[in-house]
Ligand binder design. Structure first.
Ligand SMILES: *Cc1c(COP(=O)(O)O)cnc(C)c1O
Length: 407
């Protein structure tokens, strides 16, 4: 980070502007810092002036030229910027996708024979990774209800080595007590990995709140424009060194073009998140007043599961939330989504454009029931919205029209 003054005391948006812009990455030795953003360094081979330099290059340090697989200033600038906004991080590794980042974090801390404890509302591909790759490697996974205060304690065993957390949970958006879960993990010698894609470091200071590894899909808010795939994992010193070593063994590398796009997205992230959060909350409130809607699952909305944890621990939200239709059918829900005009139908989220996808959590839960015990069994089918940068009144009008058409 190249900003002047005590960056820890600066606001998030200010830090985002200066982060990663080291003068040596945005200029030449004669004119350091001469351009605002680091150029795209397309490089596999890094050339050395002589043999002594080639030998020195083997030091394997961050920010040292060596060979393209260890990146060049474009990727280093992005990693450096992400580290600058993650309190407590010694460094950040970049991966070709968010799923790769999750797999890499898990394979950094787990070995055959270990048991992984995973929240029941984990991102579906994270569950699939546990049932597939980890199981094949002899790593067992046990799922627990993140909202049950004794859930993690009861799932613990002699062989448990790590816990995979997510806040809020995927699709159903429950916000667990992350500091308490991380404290218990630490007490029992487990590594706590948090998928922090929803809030990101501006909305939830994952490492400062107790997580050992903070994972993000940069595909979502950091990219922010639905045109790149990338992931990251940040940690304090000892674990960061292990993440880095494992990533180098796998040979993970991200393209400099994508790193430059992600860095561009990062500069406006605070602004976009702020807008999305306000729009999402207005839309969530409006949906909560509609008779066709049984529940609105939006961490920022009072009454949503875990809202008190969000209000206590988070400094921001985003535009992603779900709602459940009252007594609806899967077909009626699909008709509702088809009737929307301003919402795209497609996976991912966190882009500038609004999206809608169907939510059917029932087949994805093994440690907690869906619909939950405190809701009517018929209130089962949901919709997940990713609120973009459109005018919220237009989005509300679109939702109203689609709900009316559902009859
Ligand atoms: C999208 C997503 C991921 C995976 O990210 P990709 O970049 O799509 O691989 C991981 N976790 C959560 C919570 C996500 O929504």
């Amino acid at each position: 980070m190249s900003g002047d003054g005590d960056s820890a005391e600066q606001g998030a948006a200010t830090r985002l502007v200066a982060a990663g812009r080291r003068p040596e990455w945005t200029g030449t030795p004669e004119a350091p810092g001469v351009v605002v953003s680091p150029p795209v360094w397309r490089a596999s081979t890094h050339l050395y002036p002589d043999m002594a330099s080639l030998r020195a290059g083997r030091a394997n340090a961050d920010g040292a030229f060596y060979y393209g697989r260890r990146g060049a200033p474009t990727q280093w600038a992005l990693a450096d910027a992400l580290t600058a906004i993650e309190p407590g991080a010694a460094g950040t590794m970049l991966y070709p996708s968010g799923v790769t980042a999750i797999a890499a974090a898990l394979l950094t801390v787990l070995v055959p024979g270990d048991v992984l404890l995973m929240v029941d509302n984990a991102y579906e591909p994270t569950r699939a990774l546990a049932r597939g790759l980890l199981a094949d490697l002899g790593i067992e996974t046990r799922w627990f209800d993140a909202m049950d205060p004794t859930g993690l304690a009861r799932a613990l065993c002699e062989r448990s080595r790590a816990v995979m957390l997510e806040a809020p949970g995927s699709l159903t958006m429950e916000v667990p007590d992350i500091p308490a879960l991380c404290a218990l993990a630490r007490e029992r010698g487990l590594t706590a990995i948090l998928d922090n894609t929803w809030a990101g470091p501006l909305g939830f200071a994952a490492l400062a709140k107790g997580a050992d590894i903070a994972v993000m899909s940069l595909t979502k808010h950091v990219g922010g424009h639905s045109d790149l795939m990338m992931g990251s994992a940040a940690a304090a010193a000892p674990l960061y060194a292990r993440l880095r070593r494992r990533a180098q063994q796998f040979g993970f590398v991200v393209s400099p073009d994508d790193a430059a796009l992600a860095l561009r997205g990062l500069r406006s992230m605070a602004l976009r998140l702020d807008r999305e959060t306000h729009s999402a909350l207005a839309i969530a409130r409006w949906l909560a007043g509609r008779p066709e809607v049984a529940r609105v699952l939006c961490p920022m909305l009072p009454g949503s599961p875990g809202h008190a944890h969000w209000a206590r621990d988070f400094t921001g939200g985003c535009g992603l939330f779900s709602f459940v239709l009252r007594g609806g059918t899967s077909r009626g829900r699909d008709d509702f989504i088809d009737a929307l005009r301003l919402f795209g139908i497609g996976y991912s989220w966190g882009g500038f454009e609004s999206l809608a996808t169907p939510v059917d959590p029932a087949p994805l839960r093994t440690a907690s029931p869906w619909p939950p015990a405190d809701s009517a069994p018929a209130d089962r089918f949901g919709v997940r919205l990713s609120i973009g940068l459109e005018d919220p009144d237009d989005l509300i009008a679109d939702l109203a029209r689609a709900l009316d058409r559902m009859g």
